[in-house]
Design a protein around this ligand. Structure first.
Ligand SMILES: Nc1ncnc2c1ncn2[C@@H]1O[C@H](COP(=O)(O)OP(=O)(O)OP(=O)(O)O)[C@@H](O)[C@H]1O
Ligand SMILES: [Mg+2]
Length: 240
């Protein structure tokens, strides 16, 4: 469970998260909201990539705020980045090995864990391909596979569907749907693709200007008039 209480994050005069309180209990939960709503800031605050001004955040009862990012990762908090973090010179399997090294994972179990994650994500065949030679979808899947090695307990996925084709989205949907049953981790999924959120998230939270404007069963939230006005309306306008 992810428990956020009165969490505030500021960047100069911008209040990116404004006294946010949110209890995430379902296995797969969506996080949506217009551009600049604070979604990435929340994933950054939970994973330790930004400094929190006030408030608290815990996972399964463990207070995160005073922990360094690597300690959170060791505990089993994994996150993907909206802008994929693929290193040109590292192979796909090197990327996963780096995660395990940072966690101090047992060497003898390393290869098995890497193969399992890559096989699950459908990119085992490119395990020895370097980052520079991967296509955008393989980069995304590598980013996700990095979250799957080393016994994740909570996975934060920041717009894994960004820039993918319809066929790739279908594949991605299957991958995300299977993560909880296969790896047992709780997932917070940030995405602008409402169909993806509808398909995989039982409940969904909506942010706008750093505040929670709706939270509940996904189908209900997506029909909420306030959400439609704040999010879907503006997204529609943005797509015109
Ligand atoms: N490092 C930073 N420095 C200054 N301002 C920032 C920084 N990161 C985020 N912000 C600001 O904080 C607010 C929230 O940004 P955030 O990236 O969390 O939004 P988002 O919901 O992830 O948007 P998007 O859908 O575009 O990814 C925005 O006003 C953004 O400009
Ligand atoms: Mg973002």
């Amino acid at each position: 469970m992810i428990d956020v209480k009165n969490l505030t994050v500021r960047f100069g005069g911008v209040v990116a998260l404004n006294q946010l309180t949110l209890k995430i209990t379902d296995d797969v939960v969506g996080l949506i909201g217009p551009n600049g709503a604070g979604k990435t800031t929340l994933t950054n605050a939970l994973s330790g990539f930004v400094t929190v001004a006030s408030g608290s955040a815990s996972v399964n009862g463990l207070n995160l705020i005073d922990m360094a990012p690597h300690q959170r990762s060791r505990w089993g908090l994994a996150r993907s980045f909206q802008k994929v973090q693929i290193v040109s010179d590292l192979t796909v399997e090197d990327h996963l090995a780096t995660v395990l090294d940072a966690k101090g994972a047992n060497r003898s179990l390393r290869d098995k864990a890497i193969v399992r994650a890559l096989d699950y994500a459908g990119i085992l065949s490119v395990r020895r391909v370097r980052g520079v030679d991967l296509n955008p979808f393989q980069r995304r899947l590598t980013e996700i596979a990095k979250c799957l090695v080393g016994a994740p307990r909570v996975i934060l996925l920041d717009e894994p569907g960004g820039g993918l084709s319809e066929t790739e989205m279908k594949e991605l949907r299957k991958v995300i749907l299977g993560i909880h049953p296969e790896f047992g981790a709780q997932i917070l999924l940030v995405d602008h693709d409402v169909e993806l959120i509808r398909d995989v998230c039982t409940s969904t939270a909506v942010l706008d200007f750093g505040k929670l404007i709706a939270y509940g069963p996904t189908a209900e939230v997506l029909e909420d008039e306030v959400v439609k006005a704040a999010y879907l309306g503006r997204m529609g306008a943005a797509n015109d």
